[in-house]
Design a binder for this molecule. Sequence first.
Ligand SMILES: Cc1cc2nc3c(=O)[nH]c(=O)nc-3n(C[C@H](O)[C@H](O)[C@H](O)COP(=O)(O)OP(=O)(O)OC[C@H]3O[C@@H](n4cnc5c(N)ncnc54)[C@H](O)[C@@H]3O)c2cc1C
Length: 408
Amino acid sequence: MTDIPNLEILVIGAGMNGGAMACALAQAGFEVGVVERQAPLLTWDDSDYDPRVSALTHASRNLLRNLSAWPAMRAERVATYDAMHVWDANGEGRIHFDAAEIGEPDLGHIVENRVTTKALWLRLQREANVISIDTDSLQSFRRDGRWMHVELGSGRQLRCELIIGADGAKSRVRQLAAIGANGWNYDQHAVVTTVQTEKPHQATAWQRFMPTGPLALLPLDQPHYSSIVWSTHPEHAEELLALPEDAFLQQLTSASETVLGRALACSRRAAFPLRLSHARDYVAPGLALIGDAAHTVHPLAGQGVNLGFLDVAELSRVLSDARKRRRPLGDLLTLRKYERARKADNLAMQAGMDAFKRLFSNANPLLRGIRDAGMNLTDRATPLKHRIMRHALGDRGDAPLLKHRSTP
Ligand SMILES: Cc1cc2nc3c(=O)[nH]c(=O)nc-3n(C[C@H](O)[C@H](O)[C@H](O)COP(=O)(O)OP(=O)(O)OC[C@H]3O[C@@H](n4cnc5c(N)ncnc54)[C@H](O)[C@@H]3O)c2cc1C
């Protein structure tokens, strides 16, 4: 029994990746449904920042522009950063990235996650070919020939040709499809909050690597406000959450080596366990996984959602191509094109971040010497440094949604 019209594609999850995926498909003319378990967050107190922010690359900004979500995000609140300074707490290694070195006006943007999800959700509401269902969730599905029969938690049922799992790290889509995931827990939790600092952040992202994990201070739109991501072992994270504000600020000031002077105030604190995971398959007949449902990565280089947006751009291209060729959307051969295009890139980024995390967690003096020499050498080796910067900006992949267009 069907109580929602047949759809071509059903996206499960309207986080940043699911929202972008649904927008991209709607824009390409597909009949799309999107199911989100939570009520979308559309209003909040502007005097407070969301402690969950993401550093968005140029490629991600291009995608959001091409999906017409960027102007609404800018109108809400977007910070721009043009430099990044990384240093080793236990040695002499340091490296400074400046946008001007590669002739760019900036290195990217720091955006509250709620700003991105809201802009995408509101964008979806303007499309006639989208059905968006919130406060409901995927319960089960079964495949029957060309169709996927889906049942939601509310008991509503529908049919579609393709399910896209954008339902995060604990993806129910992935579990129901019995797709295993490789990975491990990092023995670290990330403590996040917004801090007011004595000195201005100078539109620079600061990151200090300690043996217990990195501390990042990400610049917000006001010069004395930064969002922090402090990765540390779980017991320390718990302690940091439980400390009275004054004591927390003291620890933060000392962990940041007063790079922005004293930490003066902070907002509510939260912690997230960190895990590396990678789905063995991104696709199955009638089904594809994107974003955290397919892969999670250590946040130390702020790449998680940026990788997801590259998935969105590629899957959107593959599906548009399939339609032109009159291929069924859930066809495994078609979907494998998406998997082939994205898996190697995601794995390489995961491996790189994992190696970084291990290298800096190691207090061995010999390794410390090598890592400091490596950082200082990279800082001076202009072509290598520029290549790293271009890669981190997401300058790869040639899907049309990633192309720069001179729109706002
Ligand atoms: C501390 C920290 C800092 C980070 N910093 C950065 C950064 O600077 N840059 C960056 O690129 N990345 C960063 N990341 C990673 C980034 O936050 C994630 O990669 C990104 O949020 C994943 O988005 P998603 O849409 O794939 O999944 P999610 O954000 O998990 O969204 C999944 C959505 O699916 C919904 N859902 C789940 N199950 C169901 C169901 N059964 N039915 C219906 N709906 C369902 C959920 O309610 C949710 O809205 C960071 C991560 C952490 C933990």
